[in-house]
Design a binder for this molecule. Structure first.
Ligand SMILES: Cc1cc2nc3c(=O)[nH]c(=O)nc-3n(C[C@H](O)[C@H](O)[C@H](O)COP(=O)(O)O)c2cc1C
Length: 234
């Protein structure tokens, strides 16, 4: 068997990923969840797109085509928004290191990641299933939902629990939580641009109904939706 370091010296990185398993060139069946129901995600990979190029490409794209995200793409996007970049600490700053955000992926499903709703677990870098419904089934029935969101093959949902922030005043708690949602959203949008994916932001919808459809508790608020898909014609 050829060892990984040797492969890395003689083959392009993407091909090495495919040969070693888990890379975007290696579509497999959806892996089975492990102990505790955790669906382990492939580790985040080092990209090749400079930050300034991703900043130039970032824009709201509302014409989003399938197929929905692969496991590797979902992993990279979730890690960018809320993943750990060192033990116990994340890619996005957090007031008092309170980490009030939740990150969910609602997806129509792809060969490597089945349809449904998943909650991202930053510490374990994995997904826990939080329901069988994909985008159309979960968001379609919500009154006045914007059509481009329902047509997207995948939608990340950023939620917040302001009470996790240790502040005596209620107002800063909410402000800090929104602030973090903005930082997490921009990180995900830049990563989507770097991956050549289209993405957008939407909070002009009935966010309370989205939370109710997801079965969230009263203390967890939906803050923003981030639809993601392929750029049409690419
Ligand atoms: C907080 C926030 C909420 C938004 N809500 C929506 C929305 O509900 N629907 C929508 O189509 N776009 C929404 N947008 C996207 C803006 O319309 C978009 O960012 C703006 O037109 C600038 O375009 P650009 O993102 O392509 O630079 C939202 C943007 C932000 C920052």
């Amino acid at each position: 068997m050829v060892r990984a370091p040797l492969l890395k010296r003689i083959l392009p990185a993407a091909l090495v990923g495919a040969l070693l398993g888990g890379g975007p060139l290696n579509p497999q069946a959806t892996p089975a969840p492990g102990p505790g129901g955790l669906l382990a995600l492939p580790p985040p990979v080092a990209g090749t797109v400079p930050l300034d190029a991703a900043l130039r490409e970032r824009r709201t794209t509302r014409a989003l085509a399938g197929p929905a995200l692969s496991l590797a793409e979902a992993s990279q996007l979730a890690w960018s928004a809320q993943g750990e970049n060192r033990p116990g600490r994340r890619t996005v700053p957090s007031a008092h290191a309170s980490y009030p955000l939740g990150l969910y992926l609602v997806t129509e499903g792809s060969p490597t990641l089945g349809a449904g709703t998943y909650r991202y677990q930053p510490g374990a870098h994995g997904f826990m299933s939080s329901g069988p419904k994909g985008v159309a089934a979960l968001l379609g029935p919500i009154r006045a939902m914007q059509p481009w969101i329902v047509r997207a093959p995948a939608v990340f949902v950023v939620t917040g629990k302001p009470l996790k922030i240790s502040s005596r005043e209620p107002a800063p708690r909410m402000d800090y939580t929104f602030w973090e949602a903005g930082a997490a959203s921009q990180a995900l949008l830049l990563q989507a641009a770097a991956l050549g994916l289209g993405a957008g932001v939407a909070s002009g919808v009935d966010l309370a109904s989205v939370g109710a459809a997801m079965g969230l508790g009263p203390e967890e608020k939906v803050l923003v939706l981030l639809p993601v898909g392929r750029l049409k014609g690419k």
